[in-house]
Ligand binder design. Structure first.
Ligand code: 4AD
Ligand code: MG
Length: 431
């Protein structure tokens, strides 16, 4: 007899098989029991008829409790009424691991309760679907960048510097000196681009953000491509191709998960239409003013402004050329205007806000040294970075995509904490 996983059921219609699964829930009568089963690949139903299995087996099955693990023997049947499309007519069950008093019962639970039980809640439909889509986005990232001639470069997580600003650093001791958890792999990616041409980093990054918003984690995963010999215009083309590739990959591979989440697939499909609009920061400010936002040139956008801008275009939109003063030290100056930098944020529609931040990088040694000083950063820590400008600097550009922001948007989740297996936020370090 074959041992199968639920996702393989379509290949075993009419056959008797063995399946390892957990019991999510059950209902029924004294004649029939309907077992809601899961095995990590899908959710489906096992049907038990007393008439078929006899008194003893039926009584054993009727007494099973939530999250008991077991082997089931039965026959796979196609059933178009069930969401999965297949069911199992169960003949017998062998309990593997008992489960008493499972805390996440089928009734409604609050967010804090579910997050306190995240180690168990992972088994439930919503995290299952969302985190499988996360997995597709990770796999598709490697595919996309490998196809486009990038190599993955791993950047260190323990660092001595603060490239995105000093206010959001996690500090730690490193023997008899200080260290910080990395906010970005970018500076290392720039060194990599000068060695390999095109690289991407992908790893956890840390920000001591004291903001309790639905878009902020203190530990999040970032993908940071960096391209030598590339100006910002071309970088924007890489960015939109990458986003469209990711969305298409999810549409192709996660139909089941998108349906479990009730996500609008036509809407997602519309985001694969390129190009995305490019709107200058100046024009964005004018547009916001025309629509009664209280904004002045020079401010950074908050969530209401970002939501308005992306909804206005109904698709992801690049906001380009931000004021120098609200951006990081490494961004390239505009040739005509000293007050803006060659940068872009990609805003996602539906209120999901900034998913990508990027720029062309300045290549002038003296200017960068001066900016590092102006930002109050210690020049010694950046000497190696300045070296990149001393030995054969070339135009180069890069960007960072926040993986969890992308997951939240694609899955249509309300809150970024759903987009990572074990979220870290201002008030959560457990489990
Ligand atoms: O805009 P950010 O700060 O840019 C950088 O770190 C650059 N070094 C990237 C680069 O050019 N290589 O962050 C990039 C992205 C944001 O657009 C957002 O998607 C995500 O990282 N991000 C966060 N995601 C979750 N929680 C947070 N606290 C985040 N901060 C940034
Ligand atoms: Mg940003």
């Amino acid at each position: 007899m074959d041992t199968i996983r639920i996702e393989d059921a379509p290949h075993f219609v009419g056959k008797e098989v063995r399946l390892g699964a957990w019991l999510r829930n059950k209902r029924g009568s004294n004649k029939m029991q309907f077992l809601q089963l899961r095995d990590g690949t899908a959710f489906f139903q096992g049907v038990v008829a007393k008439e078929e299995v006899g008194e003893d087996i039926f009584a054993k099955i009727k007494a099973l409790t939530q999250e008991t693990s077991m082997y089931l023997i039965g026959t796979i049947r196609q059933d178009d009424r069930s969401p999965f499309g297949y069911e199992m007519d169960v003949k017998d069950v062998t309990v593997v691991g008992a489960s008493e008093g499972y805390p996440i019962t089928p009734k409604e639970h609050g967010t804090d309760f579910l997050m306190d039980h995240r180690h168990l809640y992972l088994r439930h439909i919503q995290p299952f679907a969302t985190l499988r889509i996360r997995n597709t986005l990770i796999a598709a990232t490697y595919e996309f960048f490998n196809k486009e001639g990038f190599i993955k470069l791993d950047s260190p997580l323990l660092t001595s510097s603060a490239p995105e600003g000093t206010t959001e650093l996690f500090h730690t001791e490193y023997f008899d000196t200080d260290a910080y958890l990395s906010q970005t792999g970018q500076l290392y990616a720039e060194a990599g681009a000068m060695a390999f041409g095109r690289v991407f980093t992908f790893g956890p990054t840390f920000r001591a953000e004291k903001s309790k918003t639905r878009r902020h984690l203190t530990e999040f995963w970032m993908i940071e491509p960096e391209m030598a010999w590339m100006k910002q215009d071309e970088s924007l083309e890489v960015q939109e191709r990458y986003i469209a590739y990711l969305i298409q990959a999810v549409l192709d591979r996660n139909d089941y998960e998108l349906d479990l989440l009730g996500r609008d697939k036509d809407l997602l499909k519309s985001y694969t239409q390129l190009p995305y609009p490019r709107v200058s920061y100046d024009d964005a400010i004018d547009l916001l003013k025309e629509n009664d936002f209280d904004v002045e040139w020079g401010v950074d956008f908050g969530s209401p402004e970002e939501t308005f801008l992306a909804n206005h275009f109904n698709k992801p939109v690049f906001i380009t050329n931000f004021p120098k003063e609200i951006k990081a030290f490494y961004m390239k100056r505009d040739e005509e205007r000293d007050d803006i930098v060659i940068s872009a944020d990609l805003l996602a529609p539906e209120g999901y806000g900034e998913i990508i931040g990027g720029s062309e990088r300045d290549t002038d040694y003296d200017y960068l040294e001066q900016r590092i000083k102006e930002m109050g950063l210690p020049v010694e820590d950046y000497q190696w970075y300045l070296d990149l400008r001393q030995y054969g600097a070339v135009p180069h550009s890069g960007f960072g995509l926040g993986l969890e922001r992308m997951v939240t948007w694609v899955t249509g989740e309300e809150h970024i904490r759903e987009a990572i297996p074990f979220p870290r936020t201002m008030n959560r370090l457990k489990p």
